[in-house]
Design a protein around this ligand. Sequence first.
Ligand code: RP5
Length: 191
Amino acid sequence: EVEALIDLFEAEADRDCPDAETPDVGIIMGSDSDLDTMYGAYEALSELGFEEVTDYDDPPESRFSFETFVISAHRTPELMYAYGETARERGLDVLVAGAGGKSADLPNMTASIAYPLPVIGVPVQEKSLDSVVGMPTGAPLVAVDAGKSFNAALSAVQILSRAHPELEDRLEAYHDGLQDGVGAVSARLHE
Ligand code: RP5
């Protein structure tokens, strides 16, 4: 399975697909036990109209898309290297990486391997916040608060929106929805 994934990443990197046909955001996590926490990133991207790519022979219909993989820095280091090294050539523009426990190395290592592609780290358990945010000078990793994978994905879309004004419109619409929600709560308190 791991060999097949490495072959897939390398083949996709060689394909030189148009940007509109490759995933823009990559969600990766260290274990399937991180899935519940990382589901927030899936929710945020889906809410903003990103399509999930699962079959690389079937290009997404939507202009913006994402992919999801479980990649363990410790159990599958070669897979982590293959993913990070091919990410730019495969057309990815920003990565959201989650890991937890005392072995939360995936976001940090991927940030180094895929540099200068931006990586947004999500600490999966609160006690592991330090392990994700700690990077040496010159090797940056953007990180959100523990477990906030939804915010990590929103940050990813903010980064993409600098080059894609239509994403700025979607973010504005999302923000308007948040404001309406808060306004409605206040209004209910004064009924
Ligand atoms: C980390 O170790 C993973 O990201 C996960 O949060 C943690 C525990 O992994 P499992 O033992 O549940 O697979 O690398």
